[in-house]
Write a protein that binds this ligand. Structure first.
Ligand SMILES: O=C(O)CCC(=O)C(=O)O
Length: 249
């Protein structure tokens, strides 16, 4: 796909798939860096920077947060080069890298991702941001592929409500059968990248297969968007306190 088609698909649908964005050797480097992160960086971080299906079982690690702030390889990957340039091209202006997360839906136990709009968490005005979601494994309907509603980014923010899911505290309150009919399931291979706008409705099923389902999510805010930092921090603080109280983290 040429760059104007990538941009026009993103503008029209609120997401676009870039196949083979990273080569096999590049993915090997990324996977090695992730291994190093888990082995050498994670033990020194606060408890709220990693979530587990079962916090007493390190093997059930299912989420890493703010990886770009804790590891130089991931800082470079997020804040310079191809991903930053792509985000700027898609949002049509300067961006700032905001977060890098790792999503690990473990075989058989990895929970679903509720339907949501990332912008609900971001608290931006205007809500101009995107996520670059990089597949590390073959991911299809059997192990929880991403599902998007094309054009939903143009229809405003839908009501959200609290969920009980660690790492996905908000889901659409009014997700309907019509929404489900309009979903597009996106099957990907390692190295494929999906860009989705912060207003695009998306979700994923649980991983009920015996296969891994790992992905990295790079979040970029447009520099024109103003973040309500006080509100966002207060929300996160209360949420972490709540998860802690309930023994989830
Ligand atoms: O990997 C997933 O299931 C969730 C990812 C997601 O919701 C996001 O990156 O915005």
């Amino acid at each position: 796909m040429n760059s104007s088609k990538i941009k026009s698909d993103f503008d029209k649908n609120g997401f676009v798939v870039l196949e083979k964005f990273f080569s096999k050797p590049e993915m090997e480097k990324i996977n090695d860096a992730l291994h190093d992160y888990v082995k050498n960086t994670l033990p020194n971080l606060d408890a709220n920077q990693a979530f587990y299906e079962d916090k007493e079982a390190p093997k059930t690690l299912m989420r890493l947060q703010s990886m770009d702030t804790h590891h130089s390889y991931f800082s470079d990957l997020c804040h310079s080069g191809r991903l930053q340039n792509l985000s700027q091209a898609l949002l049509g202006g300067p961006v700032k890298g905001k977060n890098l997360q790792w999503f690990n839906k473990l075989p058989m136990t990895g929970k679903l991702t509720p339907p949501h709009q990332d912008g609900f968490y971001f608290m931006l005005e205007p809500n101009e941001a995107l996520t670059l979601w990089l597949a590390q494994d073959p991911i299809d309907e059997t192990n929880g592929c991403m599902r998007y509603i094309p054009g939903s980014h143009k229809k405003g923010m839908r009501p959200h409500q609290r969920t009980d899911l660690l790492g996905f505290s908000q889901g659409l309150a009014d997700y309907s059968l019509i929404d489900a009919e309009n979903e597009v399931a996106v099957c990907v291979k390692p190295g494929d990248l999906i860009a989705h706008h912060s207003m695009t409705i998306h979700r994923a099923d649980a991983n009920e297969s015996s296969l891994p389902r790992r992905a990295l999510g790079f979040v970029y805010f447009s520099k024109t968007a103003i973040e309500d930092i006080g509100k966002a921090e207060l929300y996160r603080k209360k949420l972490y306190e709540d998860w802690k109280k309930r023994g989830k983290i």
